[in-house]
Design a protein. Sequence first.
Length: 149
Amino acid sequence: MVLVIGNESRIRYCHTCGIISRPALTASLNKIRLTIHQFLKMIRIMAERIWIVISTVDSEAAAAGLAAGSVRAGVAACAQVEAPIISHYTWKGQVEETREWRICFKIGETKREQLMSWIRTHHPYEVPEIIGWEARAADPDYADWVAAT
């Protein structure tokens, strides 16, 4: 059996004895460019994905309170209060239009449920908007910071 790594590297493997031929292995290992540090960083980023969670409230003060409180409580790496938005929705049979402030929280995957629970507990609405999604890409240094927070 021949294992192909990359475009050119070939490692010969014997099905009978399970030995990989040394010259082929040495040549293949010499072509690997990842350092141990880069490899460990890559594993950590894959293990700790960044989540973005949003919610809205009806006042700037409430938004600031949720943003600062979540960071102080350690359930969010950061939280940003966005400028007022106008929300249109149906609530208890009535069409509503409300000025709201959106809070955008960032957190590692391991704390996502803790953050969502914290928002639910501290939110002034009867049925708060709490929506989250996984970031598909992030700067590695930023991802490290979020994971460490």
